[in-house]
Structures are given as C-alpha cells and as structure tokens.
Write a protein that binds this ligand. Structure first.
Ligand SMILES: Nc1ncnc2c1ncn2[C@@H]1O[C@H](COP(=O)(O)OP(=O)(O)OP(=O)(O)O)[C@@H](O)[C@H]1O
Length: 245
C-alpha cells in the first residue's frame, strides 16, 4: 500500500471530528496513605487520519492514558470522548459496544489463540460482534493481504509465524471492526530494527487508508519522525505535544 506524506491535507471538517478527545483527565491509584496521580489533568485530541506517538519514561502514564482512552478504566475526573461519544455517559454495556464498534486495540504481545490460523483470528472477532459468514472471511483475507501477509501465510497458526508476522495479524485483527480510533501499545518492543520500522510504516499507512486516529506508545524514538505528532509524558502530565517531524 502506498504511503502518503506525513503532511497530507486533512479537510477541516474531518479534522474537527477527533477520533479521541481527552479533556482534563485525571486518574488516581491508591498509594499507601495517599494517592498517586497516574494521569494529571491530561488534555489531548487525536484527529482522524493522523498518527500520534506517545513517549515518556517508564511510569510516566503512557499505559494509563491508553487504558483510559480504551474506556477500560474510568478516570477520577475529566472527559474521554471517542469518535464524538462521551464514554463517561455510558454504562458498562455501552462502553463495551463502543469498544467493539469504534476502537481497535493492539497490545504489545499479539495474544493470538494458538489453535487458530491467522485468518481465523480475525473471523472470530466478527463472531463476537454477532457477525459471521463468508463476508467475514473475505474481509479477513483482504485485511491480512493489506498488512502484507500472503494467502498461504494467512493459513498458518501463530507458532508458524515470525514475530513481525504475528504483529501484522494483530494489527489486521484490530481493523476488523472498522474502528475510528486505533490504540497501539509498544508495537515494536519484540522486533529488530528493520521489522520495527516496517511495522511503524504499516501503522502510518493504515491510519491513512482507513482514516483512523492512531495513538502509538513507543520507546523507539527513532521512528517517531515517521508519524504525524508526538506527545511526551512525565509524572502523569503531558509536557509536550507537537509535530513529530
Ligand atoms: N493498577 C495500578 N495500581 C497502582 N498503581 C499503578 C497501577 N497501574 C499503574 N500504576 C502506577 O501509575 C503510574 C503510571 O504507570 P503507567 O503504567 O501508566 O506508566 P507507563 O508510562 O506506561 O510505564 P512503562 O513505560 O513502564 O509501561 C506508575 O507510577 C505506576 O506505578
């Protein structure tokens, strides 16, 4: 898939509909007699069609931000809006539905089911959404091809795939639900230099292709300039946010 430039034009109306909008989000954990602020009044918007790198030292709050954006944890205060919907106004069932329809999550470990082929890993997510049939399988095959996996690779089980191929299956699986927001946690942690670069380039390409807002937590600052924006965290606070280049 052809990659477009990082400065690709985004029409103002589309840019105005953020895939993710955090406003004054604070998340606290109990810490002995006091509380620890894992997120301290974080405000951040990620427009559709853009990929943001989230960087910062260990313990700075990156995973906490992803968990709040994924609506897996409710913040103590502030608002989390995914694709125009305020997650704070939804009950558990509403948040689960939001995750299934608007969110794609790529965890650091692929967490693929050992007994399923690559194509089956994608099809099963459609079954969980109450969809099934031939259409699911053809969409799964298309997505696997789009992320660079051949039809024969699509028929393999996880133990027959390389780390980079497993990560590609992981990304394709996150795209099955046609999300508007893609959250990616350390996608290159287990990969060598060239495979890491290829995965970041792939994330940039799918961000464009599917008009996603993508947040990628990364320690690999070398590949940050391939993305659109960078946000840096320290001690639960967003200390910098601007163009990645
Ligand atoms: N479940 C929890 N209970 C208590 N404290 C937590 C919990 N999860 C995270 N923390 C604390 O919140 C802070 C932010 O942690 P978080 O995992 O978000 O950081 P991070 O930037 O993702 O770190 P890393 O790069 O090491 O993954 C840390 O001080 C951490 O110890």
């Amino acid at each position: 898939m052809a990659e477009t430039s990082a400065s690709a034009f985004v029409p103002p109306t589309r840019a105005a509909t953020a895939a993710l909008h955090l406003q004054d989000v604070t998340l606290e954990y109990p810490d002995g007699v006091s509380t620890l602020k894992a997120l301290d009044r974080v405000s951040l918007a990620v427009p559709r069609g853009k990929i943001l790198s989230l960087v910062g030292p260990s313990g700075s709050g990156k995973s906490s931000l992803l968990a709040v954006a994924a609506t897996l944890i409710r913040p103590a205060s502030g608002t989390v809006t995914v694709s125009g919907r305020d997650a704070g106004e939804l009950d558990d069932a509403g948040r689960t539905a939001l995750r299934r329809t608007a969110l794609g999550i790529v965890f650091q470990q692929a967490n693929l089911l050992p007994s399923l082929t690559a194509v089956e890993q994608l099809v099963i997510t459609d079954r969980l959404r109450g969809r099934a049939g031939k259409e699911s399988e053809s969409r799964a095959r298309e997505l696997l091809e789009l992320v660079g996996l051949s039809q024969s690779t699509a028929a393999r089980h996880p133990h027959q795939l390389s780390g980079g191929q497993r990560q590609r299956v992981n990304i394709a699986r996150a795209l099955m639900g046609s999300p508007s927001l893609l959250l990616v946690d350390e996608p290159t942690a287990a990969l060598d230099h060239d495979r890491s670069e290829a995965i970041v380039r792939l994330l940039v390409a799918v961000t464009r292709e599917f008009d996603l807002g993508t947040v990628m937590v990364t320690h690999d600052t070398e590949f940050v300039p391939l993305t659109d924006e960078v946000a840096a965290m320290r001690d639960g606070r967003l200390i910098e946010h601007g163009p990645a280049a």
